[in-house]
Write a protein that binds this ligand. Sequence first.
Ligand code: NAP
Length: 280
Amino acid sequence: MPAKIIDGKKIADGILENLKSKVKSMNEKPGLALVLVGDNPASEIYVNFKEKTCKEVGFYCERHNFGKDADEMELLNLVTQLNNSPKIHGILVQLPLPKQIDENLITNSILPHKDVDGFTAVSLGHLFSGNTIMAPATAMAVMRLIESTGTRIEGKNAVVVGRSNIVGKPVAMMLLEKNTTVTICHSKTEGIAEKARKADILVAAVGKPKLITKEMVKEGAVVIDVGINRVNGKIVGDVDFENVKEVAGFITPVPKGVGPMTIAMLMENTLKAMELAKKI
Ligand code: NAP
């Protein structure tokens, strides 16, 4: 039987509608600052989409654009200003940054309670110690999509392909927190296919089209495709969707899978950041 398609767009729309009605009745609105540096076309598309969604749900949104020659100091000054702004609850600096700027330095200059991307060392430390305050939005999106299937995941085998600090590792940690047994694969892993075939939950976060083939997927597995790749003008994931859906139990499409859920999770984090600010 072909896999059930996990409609990330529909689930995300439901979350956004819910947020919108919550925000309507609030006097103070959650505020998100979006910082874009340089002229990376993909980054611009992501920031435009985040800005549009912010406005749709009724959040306050500030956008700060810098040219590709921006220097570290001006960016640090902006983050300090945003850290001190009572109207701003969440700060998102779109990555990647131009090479003259130290991404680590800029990311970690964001106050942890305003770190809606969950990328600072403090946020990741909390996540890794099982005491999450702000988790990376894409990792949250992956978990919500898995949970949306209603599949019991405790005790199951999960394989995460990709070990970046912003996707692969946090996803693996969140799966571990849910009592799955996690294997993390990367570019040097030997025998990925054999490991993937044992996965009840398979998450692909690599950036290589059709890396995950039908032969690598266990029958009935939940397959979550984080990858975003442009092939002949079309956006595709890391999973060979057409063939894998013949064996998987559940599968996310690309587009309309993890992408829209990531934006919805960012909005949830911004609301959470506003609630955190009240406690500080
Ligand atoms: P990244 O930092 O480039 O990391 C890619 C990971 O894949 C690395 O750990 C790398 O291993 C591993 N890898 C590369 N080739 C491999 C191979 N042949 N077999 C197994 N593993 C391999 O990328 P990222 O930021 O995590 O993003 C991954 C993908 O998700 C990209 O397509 C990105 O565009 C997409 N993405 C989507 C969303 C969304 O909202 N949908 C959000 C973020 C990212 P090494 O560590 O050994 O190099």
